[in-house]
Design a protein around this ligand. Sequence first.
Ligand SMILES: Cc1cc2nc3c(=O)[nH]c(=O)nc-3n(C[C@H](O)[C@H](O)[C@H](O)COP(=O)(O)OP(=O)(O)OC[C@H]3O[C@@H](n4cnc5c(N)ncnc54)[C@H](O)[C@@H]3O)c2cc1C
Length: 301
Amino acid sequence: MYDLIVVGGGPAGLTAAIYALRKRINVLLVTKDLGGKTNFRLGLPWIEDYQVIRGLEIINKFRSEVDYLEFARHMEGVDKISKDGDIFKVVTKGGGELQSRAVIVATGTRQKRLDVPGEKEYIMKGLCYSALSYAPLFIDRTTVVVGDGDLALRSAAELATVAKHVYLVCETGGFLDSPLGKKLNVAGNVTVLAGTKVVEIKGDQFARAAVVQDPSGKKKDIEAEGIFIEMALVANTKMVAALVKLDDQGRIIVDCSNRTNVPGLFAAGDVTNTYAEQVLVAVGEGAKAALSAYEYLLPKL
Ligand SMILES: Cc1cc2nc3c(=O)[nH]c(=O)nc-3n(C[C@H](O)[C@H](O)[C@H](O)COP(=O)(O)OP(=O)(O)OC[C@H]3O[C@@H](n4cnc5c(N)ncnc54)[C@H](O)[C@@H]3O)c2cc1C
């Protein structure tokens, strides 16, 4: 029986695990990998390594400490988390069952993919899923944003503040009536391609063009230096969907101390309804969740 199980080894989970270790809690980190999304970094031909701060560099100390402390980690996916009385049961993919008095869920999100030829080949080579993180690197560059919803509109609007041109490819054009949509429609450096879809990504070493198709089936290449797929971020909450309260986007609802509606169950990082999917935000939320779990556990330690 553990005092605390942390599920997910990205910035939020790694930070939570290290904080718990420092508090001398009997903690186990259960995760599919160490580092989470910081293992990905967008490569751009005009950006040198020294010009950016890498997410992995920020959390590397935490990562290597957990890597070294073998007893504190278990490398496997989690299938289900349930609660029986005061005890949590964490069932892993292989069917193993772990028990603890408290749990922190820090399983992040996954990006909805386009699933077209060329997408996989150019992931993080000019094609990426986070304008929020990379828009400032596209000063005077031509970009394509793909998506129909709020995420795509916000990404296109942010890019439009720095980029030479932004093409917004939105198949249904559903959100174009919103204030942001109206703003994009009249912006001088934005072309809204409503009713079109991306059918292929082309390039050499890097993605160089999105092939778009209009409703009549006609295709054309849109050359760009950055292609952003901004369709949706899907929270990895399947393992707790039957246990905890989620918001309308499927994210775990937490209060400002990272508590969920289930006593003893905490959550941190992108998987929650906390504002902004960023490494430093996730690190801070992971620390808060661990301190909050510690306070919950204190009478039981
Ligand atoms: C392409 C891309 C580029 C980005 N670039 C930047 C950037 O430059 N700067 C920045 O600040 N932010 C960036 N971000 C955002 C940043 O990476 C995230 O906000 C941050 O990683 C969130 O941390 P997290 O710990 O909440 O989740 P994640 O990093 O997603 O980690 C989730 C962890 O949970 C594990 N996991 C998932 N499901 C399970 C399961 N069922 N069982 C066990 N483990 C599980 C995963 O293996 C992973 O270890 C970027 C995001 C993307 C997608």
